[in-house]
Structure formats: C-alpha cells, structure tokens
Design a protein around this ligand. Structure first.
Ligand SMILES: [Zn+2]
Ligand SMILES: [Zn+2]
Length: 971
C-alpha cells in the first residue's frame, strides 16, 4: 500500500489516473474482458464539432459515461462509438460567413456548389481536438478515434438504404403545400425546427377595408398581422356561425361610409363613433365580390381561376377570438388559406420569392424584402402607407405575438407554399405510439408527457431542404414522363449510370444523368437534400454501415439498451430515431432513455459566453476535479430533465463535504494500515463480532441494494444521492467511533476486525462510486485492493443476509440521542470535555453497547432510559461535582498533551513519558486520580510529577490553574 497525502488534490490525481488509463488501455480492457454475447448497446447522439463543448454537452456526456461504466461493471460488453454530426445549416452558415457569402444565389452562381461543399467538409471537424481535450479530461470513455461521421460515404449510403425502405413502404411523397421557410437560408424547415425558434416579437397589425363591388362605399373589414401578404389576397372568409353588422361611420375624409364586421368584434375594433345600420346574415354576404386592394395580379387575364377571385367565401376556421370575424385569404402564405384556395379553386398569387423578396409584378413594392433583417416592419409600413393613401386603411396597431424564427440564423420565417418531400408519419403514427409504450423514460413523466404528446400531434415530416451540404434525396426523375427511380446503394447507382462513384454529395450526384427506361427522356436527380435529422435518425444503421456490413451484429443487438440527451431532443433526435425504426423495423430504436434539463447560470439566466456569467468547465476541472463536477451534476435535478442553476459554491461544498469525507476515511485507513502492516487484498470474511462493524456492513449492503435498484431504473439523481448519507455514517460515525480500535497497541481480534471491515467498506465504496467519480474511486481501489483497476472489477451485489434493519434503526436512534444530548450541553454552555453524571432518554431501551456509545459521545457517567411520557426526549443531569470537575480537567490535559505530541512531530504510535508540575492542588489531584486514563489516551508509559528538562514543554492554564507539561519520546 502506498502512502496517502492528507491533502486531497483531485485535479493532480486525475491527471495521473488519465495517464494510467491511457498507458494501460484500461478502457479497451474493460470492454474486451466481457463476453461478446453480453452486449449492452448504447447509441451516442452525434454533436456538431462546430463549437466547443458547453455544460449541456458535459451533462449529457457524464450521463453517457456513468451508465455504460455501470453496466460494464455489471458484466456487460459496452462498446461506445462516438459520432460527429457534419451536415446541415449550422456548418453551412459558418461556411457562408467565412466565404463572405450573403445569399444562396451567390453560392450557386459565384462560389459554386462543389467548392462550397468542399469548404464545409474542411470546416466540419475544426473543433474535434478541443472536444477530445474536454471530453477526455471529464473522464468520459468513448471511442473517438473510430467515430462515425455522417459525411462519410458509408454512412450516407446507409441513409439511402433507410430512405429506400420508406419509399418501398409507400411512406415518401412529394406535395405542394404551405410550409415554414427561412428566406435567408432559402429552404423549408421541419415542424420541430420551427418549434425550436418561437420568439415574442412586435409586429404591425392592420384592419384593411375591402370595398364591395356592387355597393360603393360599403367595406368589409379584415384584420392581418402580416400586411405584406395583402398583395396575395384573393378572398375573404367568413363563418356561417357568426353574426355580422353593417355600421355607418365617417372615414378619414369625413365622408359617410359603411363597414361590415362581426357583431362580437365591434367593441374591440371600432374605436370611433358609429351608427348601427343593420344585421347581416353570413349567407347574404357569401358570394359577394369586392375590389382587390392591389390591382397587380387582378388585371392579369391569364391568371388561373381569376374568375373565382376576390369574393367572400365561407370557411369553418373563422372565429371571433380576434380580428374582425373576417379572414383575409392569401393561399400562397398560410396552411388554411392554401386548403381553402384548393377547395374553392381560388387564384394563387405568390408575389414573394423564396428569398423573401417581392416580385416584379407587384410594381410599387418590387425588390423589397418582406421581413428585412435591419427593420422587420419596414415593408409592412410601406403597405400601410399605400393603403392609407388609397383610403383603404381602417386602423393599425402594434401587435405582440409569438412568431417562429430560423433556429440557425434567427431570421423571421415565412409561411410559404412550396413543394417539399415528406415522410408520411401520419400513416405509421398509431404503430409508433404503440411501440413507444415499450420505452422506459427517466424521468418517467416524459413518456406520456412531452414525448407522447409530441408523437400524438405528429405531422408528416418534411425531409427535403433546398440546400447544399447534406445527404441527398436519392430519387432520379425523368424530365419528360415523370418516371422515378430510387437508389438504395451506391452500387445500384453505379450500375444504372455506368459511372464509378466515390462521393454522393449534391455537387457530385447532380451531374449523374442517364436515359429513362420508359421514354426517350433523361433522368436527373431531384435537387433537394435531406433534413439533417434524417442523418441522425438513421445512426443505428448508418454507424455500422448496415445492411452493407455488420448485418448479424446489428440485427442481434437492436434496439439499443440506452440513450441519453437533453429534453429538447424529445422533439428531435429521440423522435426521429423512433419514427424511422417504427417505420422500418416496427420496433422502438431504444429501450431506456435519460433526459437532462438545461444548465443555466447561477442567476437563472441563460449561460452566455458574451456575458461570462459562468465558469469555464476546464477551470472547474483544474480547481475541483472532474469527479466533483460529475458528481455535482449527476446528483442534481438536471439529470431528471429539470433546469439547474449552476453554482460553484455548491460544487465547493461537495468537494469539502462528500469528497473530503471519503478522502479522510481513506487517508485514515492507510495511515494505520501501514503501521500494522495490513496488506492490499480483495477477500473479506465479514464475520466481525463488533456491533459497529456489523452496523456499517449492514448499511453498506443497503447502499449496494439501493444504488443497483436506482441504476437499473436509470435514476442517476437518486443513485448518487445515496452516497451522501453513507459517507456521513462512515466518516462521522463509524470511523469516529472506531478510531481507538485502530490506535491500540494490542494486536487483538477486535483490531483485526476493524481493519478488515474498513478495508472492505472502502473497496466496496470505491466500486460503487466508480461510474460516477471514476478517479478518486480508482485511486482508493487500486491502493487498497492491489488490483489493476476498479473499472475492471465487478459491481457489488448486496448480500441481504448481512442487512440488519433492527440494528440500523437502533444506531440511528443512538445518533439522534447523542445529537439531542450535545444540544442540551451547548444550550447550557457546558463543554463536551466536562463529564456529567447522567443522561436519561425516553422510549424503548437500547442495547447496553449503544448506551455505552451515548455515554462516551455525550461524556456522561451513566445512561438510563425512562418509559415514554411527557417531557424532553433526552434529559441531562447538569450538576458538576468536584469529582466531575476533575474528570473535565483530565480531558483538558489529554488534549494539551496531544497537541504537544503533534507539535513535537511524534508519530501516532510513539510512546512517551509525561512530566508535569503545578502549584494547584486540584490539578495535582486530577493527575493522580486520572493517571490511568491520561496515560492510556496519550500513549504515556509513565507520568512523573517533576519539571524534567525536556525539549517539548508548555505552560498552560486550566480555568485559573497553572500547569507545566513536558514530554519526551520513549525510544
Ligand atoms: Zn435561416
Ligand atoms: Zn421518361
């Protein structure tokens, strides 16, 4: 056994252990020593390497380390393949910035897609080294050298295979519909991407006046929060369930005009004087035509369905919750509008391009962006000015609402009719909901809450993106007859095209064309790329290049046992994994999942690099150690999907508390084990006769049982919190009470049993703690067991026959009585060193051995119990007789001698001669009467009343009495 420094320096220790792991391949050994048939499959969700890891990654990474380490120690073979997410807007946005590109057009026309993609590829892994540093220092074991990379050919080929499976099941279709698009990125986004970006913003809302064609000066009022869409207006929708009124008002030019509005909305909308003319039934309004606000498209005789436009129609989605009870319909810019447009065969006016810029036909507004980044209301203001000038504006006001923004570039999204490819989630939804019942969630409420609800509300998944750096949609279409071919592998495409293919990114495959088999036309690829979530949702298959390789390995190990990520992934990665596996295999993709919350700054605000309102993780490693940070996070609510306000103070407390207790216990053991020549070992008989030993062994078995139970239920917070109480029992009670058993000089059975017990407890504690705090546990285990590594050992199983609930309850009561007794002393200002005559406790009598413990801890001569009745649970006799007084003095003397021993630098087992001299009778009398106790406690072989010449001496005062003490070492 090597020496242990009383000073705990975890950061330094951790660096040494990292070296040890690396040099001895402990991670690899821990996997390979387990049976290949005992696989425990863990899927790692791939992060982007486009920035450095933050606390969110550290929480997830710790969870992804604790659980695999635990199951490895339980005998499983847990391979841990790391992954990198490479595709999509995050990296494209970085490339755009570095290349100085402002628009999508510039990429296509100036940079070129091939060069742009090459640039993306070169930037994707820029932060890998930084990640390796942080993740490595955290102590997380993951195979980062053989990581799966979503831009690799093999990975992308499996993605094609996944796509083809869906295609063959009829789950892929193309549709023209209203979607959310980002006008800056010029692409459609999926439901979950849109959900991610809602923000409260102020917009301008207007109530416009639509003049009825055959009733001059009669206007229908309609409200909108997107004035820029009014150019695309082709109808007004009303409801047959709503009552409308015609009112007479004065317009801005002081003329009498009539307006039509829902009766229920008058109070909120009409803030000027009015006269009620008549009630109008909706059916009498339906079919009436009105003059378009703008004539740009209305004049166009070639406009399809033009004859159906600018009429009042009925729709069931119209309500009187807000607005005027009349809805402005622009089919190109809204889901309901689009549906209604199809149903009523309305004209379709898309006066805005996908880049958000108003087209040429809308003359007065040509070239304006509908949501300019510098002032998002600018174009709406122009529209309002126009309406006001034409006397078509009824009112305008600022309007606060929640509006979706691009999750990448923060641009306000547009509701925009466009063509997109979809996965028909609606047709597998019921299966997916049924299969989701097999998944165990931690915390449990997410199963039917956040995840279940999202699943129930799932819409078809928009998988096509009009971008560049991504997996591509493997569909080729004939330009003439529309024939489609979908490819499931690179080989299939090579055979069909007669070309060798080494890369299947957009810039390569778009050039691959071949003749149609049905006609004389040419087949070319659908230009869209895939949503990046299609990549990450395919990872169970693609990381193994399934089904092209690893067929058997994959099939016998699917679904995964465990995954873990943040709560935001319930709508993203967790969801897409589940949708794809439900669709292809009719199985869930994972059996157990832990969901973490968000780590916020200490003040509850978002952690912000700019504001620097949180300490850098690397700084925490250097200051407290990764073990402490890991334990802090794992015992916090953040691992139960709740938010955590990161507190360095709490980390420091944990370091001074739990970790200090464990270290002190370890230090104490090694200190005395060395003196007695105790050897490192792993076999223990555990048949001690001592009550204390039996008690701590029993507590230890309960600890083992509880931690296993919580870990099997994937509850990290409850598992880790078990350590706190146990460490207190061990350090502040077991060792405190057992100290003298290790000190004493006789090598009797009791001392052997004490060593045996404490060594067993510390080794067991190290094993239990190993998944959570892998460094300190490695240090303790290696030193006390002599084995290679705690991470190569088996996780403890509880021996329930050693659990004695009765003893544990009695010991708990004993500690409580001691605490109450000490409280009485401190309230009365009597030092613990001053012996008292009696303590009486109420309730059932405790065994004598425990009463003896109470007597020693509270320092009373007698402990007695009385049957339960009114009064204090613990009573102390506070009278101090002269006999008791001397007892107190003897304790004081012992304390001074101990200090003197330490000052002199004596070893804990050195024997001494104690000299004293005093002019006080009571002190002399004390030393005569209590000489046995004093010499026993101070290891004095004799005590002499004589001011002997010694090196180590001290004049002290006890109460008002003078005393000279001197010691010399007996060699
Ligand atoms: Zn964007
Ligand atoms: Zn054809």
């Amino acid at each position: 056994m090597k020496n242990v420094d009383v000073k705990m320096d975890l950061p330094k220790l951790e660096e040494e252990i990292l070296d040890f792991w690396r040099e001895n391949n402990i991670f690899k050994k821990s996997i390979e020593q387990r049976d290949i048939k005992e696989q425990y499959v863990f899927y790692d969700g791939p992060p982007f390497a486009t920035g450095t890891p933050h606390y969110g990654h550290i929480v997830a990474s710790t969870m992804k380390d604790v659980v695999p380490r635990y199951w490895t120690m339980k005998g499983k073979r847990v391979e841990r393949k790391w992954g990198w997410d490479c595709h999509g807007l995050p990296i494209e946005n970085i490339a755009e910035k570095e290349l100085g590109v402002k628009s999508k057009k510039q990429i296509e026309d100036e940079v070129g897609v091939a060069k742009f993609n090459d640039f993306c590829r070169s930037k994707v892994l820029s932060y890998v080294d930084e990640w390796k540093k942080v993740i490595g220092r955290l102590g997380r074991w993951a195979d980062m050298d053989n990581a799966y990379v979503t831009m690799d050919l093999n990975y992308m080929e499996s993605v094609w295979w996944v796509f083809k499976q869906l295609w063959d099941k009829g789950l892929i279709y193309e549709d023209y519909r209203s979607m959310h698009i980002c006008p800056r990125c010029e692409t459609t986004l999926s439901q979950s991407e849109v959900t991610e970006g809602y923000k409260t913003v102020k917009d301008l809302s207007v109530v416009a006046k639509f003049e009825l064609k055959n009733e001059p000066n009669t206007f229908v009022l309609a409200w909108t929060t997107t004035p820029w869409t009014l150019i695309g207006n082709v109808a007004l929708a009303i409801s047959e369930n709503i009552k409308y009124k015609k009112l007479k008002i004065k317009d801005d030019a002081d003329r009498d005009i009539f307006v039509i509005i829902a009766e229920d909305r008058i109070a909120d909308v009409v803030k000027i004087e009015y006269e009620e003319i008549e009630s109008i039934e909706a059916k009498n309004l339906i079919g009436k035509t009105y003059k378009p606000l703008f004539d740009y498209y209305a004049k166009d005789e070639k406009l399809e369905n033009g004859q159906n436009g600018w009429k009042i129609v009925a729709a069931d989605f119209v309500t009187t919750e807000e607005g005027t009870g009349v809805v402005h319909i622009a089919p190109a810019f809204g889901e309901d509008d689009m549906k209604l447009g199809r149903e009523k065969q309305l004209p379709f006016i898309q006066h805005v391009g996908m880049d958000g810029i108003i087209k040429e036909q809308a003359k007065d507004f040509y070239g304006l962006h509908v949501k300019p980044a510098d002032d998002t209301q600018k174009t709406d203001v122009e529209i309002i000015k126009y309406l006001a000038a034409k006397n078509l504006l009824f009112s305008k006001e600022k309007y606060e609402h929640s509006y979706p923004h691009c999750w990448r570039c923060d641009t306000p999204l547009l509701n925009y009719a466009t063509s997109s490819w979809f996965v028909k989630v609606s047709s597998i939804k019921n299966d997916a909901i049924e299969l989701a019942k097999q998944i165990n969630w931690s915390p449990a409420h997410i199963k039917y809450g956040r995840f279940g609800k999202w699943l129930e509300g799932a819409k078809d998944w928009s998988i096509s993106r009009q971008r560049f750096w991504a997996s591509v949609i493997p569909i080729w279409v004939c330009g003439d007859c529309g024939e489609k071919e979908v490819f499931a592998s690179v080989t299939d495409l090579e055979v069909r095209s007669g070309q060798q293919i080494a890369d299947i990114h957009k810039h390569v495959v778009d050039a691959i064309k071949f003749p149609c088999q049905k006609c004389s036309g040419e087949m070319a690829r659908v230009p869209d790329v895939l949503d990046t979530w299609f990549d990450s949702g395919s990872m169970p298959y693609a990381q193994m290049h399934y089904p092209f390789e690893n067929r058997e390995k994959f099939e016998s190990n699917f679904p995964a046992e465990f995954i873990a990520e943040g709560a935001d992934q319930t709508r993203a990665w967790f969801y897409y994994l589940h949708v794809l596996s439900s669709s292809i295999f009719n199985k869930p993709a994972f059996k157990n999942v832990i969901v973490n919350g968000i780590v916020q700054a200490e003040d509850g605000k978002k952690m912000s690099k700019r504001l620097q309102n949180y300490p850098d993780p690397m700084e925490m490693f250097d200051k407290y150690g990764a073990d402490v940070l890991r334990f802090y996070l794992m015992s916090s609510p953040v691992v139960a999907a709740n938010d955590l306000n990161f507190s360095e103070k709490e980390m420091a407390e944990l370091s001074r508390g739990l970790f200090r207790m464990i270290w002190n216990s370890y230090y104490f053991f090694v200190l005395y084990a060395e003196i007695d020549g105790i050897e490192a070992k792993t076999d223990f008989s555990l048949n001690s006769r001592s009550t204390l030993d039996k008690w701590i062994i029993s507590e230890c078995q309960s600890l083992i049982k509880n931690i296993n139970y919580h870990m099997e239920h994937y509850d990290l917070q409850k598992s880790s919190r078990e350590f706190l109480l146990f460490a207190d029992n061990l350090s502040n009670w077991y060792i405190r009470r057992s100290r003298k058993r290790f000190w004493k000089s006789e090598n009797d059975q009791d001392k052997a049993e004490a060593f045996e017990t404490l060594q067993y407890i510390l080794i067991t504690l190290a094993k239990l703690l190993a998944p959570f705090s892998p460094f300190i546990s490695e240090e303790i285990y290696k030193n006390l067991s002599g084995e290679e590594s705690v991470h190569l050992s088996d996780y403890p199983e509880a021996n329930e026959s050693l659990i004695d609930p009765n003893l544990c309850a009695e010991m708990k009561r004993t500690r409580e009585i001691v605490e109450l007794g000490l409280n009485v002393r401190s309230k009365n200002g009597i030092k613990v060193r001053q012996p008292l005559a009696e303590l009486v406790y109420l309730g059932e009598k405790l065994p004598e051995e425990l009463e003896q413990i109470i007597a020693e801890e509270v320092n009373v001569k007698n402990v007695n119990n009385a049957s339960a009745q009114e009064g204090e649970a613990v009573r102390l006799d506070l009278e101090i007789t002269s006999e008791l007084k001397m007892g107190g003095y003897s304790r004081e003397i012992v304390r001074f001698v101990q200090t003197l021993r330490k000052k002199a630098g004596f070893e804990v087992n050195d024997r001494i001669i104690l000299y004293y001299s005093s002019d006080s009778d009571v002190i002399n009398q004390t030393l005569e009467q209590f000489s046995d106790e004093v010499s026993h406690e101070t290891l004095a072989i004799r005590i002499e009343n004589n001011k002997h010449q010694v090196e180590n001496e001290e004049e002290i005062k006890i109460d008002s009495h003078n005393l000279w003490l001197g010691i010399s070492r007996e060699l």
